[in-house]
Design a protein around this ligand. Structure first.
Ligand SMILES: Cc1cc2nc3c(=O)[nH]c(=O)nc-3n(C[C@H](O)[C@H](O)[C@H](O)COP(=O)(O)O)c2cc1C
Length: 308
């Protein structure tokens, strides 16, 4: 499974062009790659695709009106702009490009875009004449100079029947561009990491065990950070009170020998091992199947886990 955008909070702004339908496929692919996606539509965009479709695909509210409130009193476009790691506009009409170049904020999309300080990527899509017009070219230069990424449109047959430059690129090319821009820091992309964390419990009988005070926090934090840097992480954990970080494949064990087996089972299939679990050095020689009397605990014999 491709989790290249795991945990990324992405706004997809959709403006009123025929290619708006492709934005829905992009949203679906972003979600599959682990991103949390919220969509904003211009009023024109709602004539091409419905907010209901994008809400169903993104599993999040689609924002189409700046003045609409759903019970809460926060300022929607500002909280959205603070929430996002990335703001994409797919497709971006000539009109939207002109507005963002001039700092116009007359709807939800343009207001949130103006307020947002995160990485911004614009995928323009329009008729060749509109694209080549000096006004559009000058607007594109203006937004590029403000560190907004502009992905070039493709050539081909346009919705109006003309053939030329201005087509929204295919969905896989859009996704590649997004991944390339957003994942520049993903230095662990494609690497497989095995991380152990937490304490082990060495049973004396069904009710008693020997353990230690390891919280597991370090291993869990490393697992979360590695997943965010693109690694495919397996976390083998003893009993802790922590919730496994999302996107991490967690395997829960109790004793040192279970942890030993789980690690050996996966030893061949990982590239990097970070063994941060607090593994007991000794286990009782005998694990009693019934509760033993208190005065016999002191007479339990212990053995090292791995005989030298
Ligand atoms: C059928 C149809 C297709 C359109 N396709 C585009 C397009 O591909 N690119 C574009 O810039 N404008 C296109 N337009 C014009 C925009 O919809 C129009 O400029 C609108 O005001 C854009 O609003 P928005 O930028 O707020 O979404 C199209 C209009 C219609 C009716």
């Amino acid at each position: 499974m491709n989790r290249s955008l795991f945990g990324k909070k992405i706004i997809v702004g959709i403006s009123g062009a025929v290619a708006a339908f492709k934005a829905v496929s992009v949203v679906s692919e972003l979600v599959k790659r682990g991103a949390v996606v919220k969509t904003i539509m211009t009023q024109s965009a709602t004539k091409f695709v419905t907010p209901l479709t994008s809400e169903t695909i993104s599993k999040n509210e689609c924002f189409a009106s700046i003045l609409k409130r759903k019970g809460s009193f926060d300022v929607g476009h500002i909280s959205l702009s603070k929430w996002a790691d990335a703001f994409l506009i797919i497709p971006a009409t000539a009109n939207i490009i002109a507005k963002i170049a001039s700092g116009i904020a007359d709807d939800m999309l343009t207001s949130a875009f103006l307020a947002c300080k995160c990485t911004k990527i614009v995928f323009s899509s329009m008729n060749t004449g509109m694209l080549e017009n000096e006004a559009t070219q000058s607007n594109l230069q203006t937004i590029i100079s403000r560190k907004i990424h502009v992905v070039e449109p493709a050539e081909g047959r346009l919705a109006c029947g003309d053939v030329g430059r201005g087509r929204l690129p295919d969905v896989d090319i859009i996704l590649k561009s997004i991944e390339n821009i957003l994942n520049r820091h993903l230095d662990l992309n494609g690497k497989k990491l095995l991380i152990t964390a937490g304490p082990t419990q060495e049973a004396i009988d069904p009710f008693r065990f020997l353990t230690n005070r390891s919280s597991g926090r370090m291993g869990y934090a490393v697992a979360e950070a590695a997943a965010k840097r693109g690694a495919n992480v397996t976390l083998i954990s003893g009993k802790t009170s922590l919730k496994a970080p999302s996107g991490v494949n967690a395997i829960f064990v109790e004793s040192a020998s279970q942890m030993h087996k789980a690690v050996l089972d996966l030893a061949q299939s990982n590239d990097i091992y970070i063994l941060s679990a607090a593994v007991a050095d000794y286990a009782p020689k005998v694990k009693y199947s019934n509760k033993i009397k208190k005065n016999r605990i002191g007479r339990c014999y212990f053995r090292p886990h791995i005989e030298a």
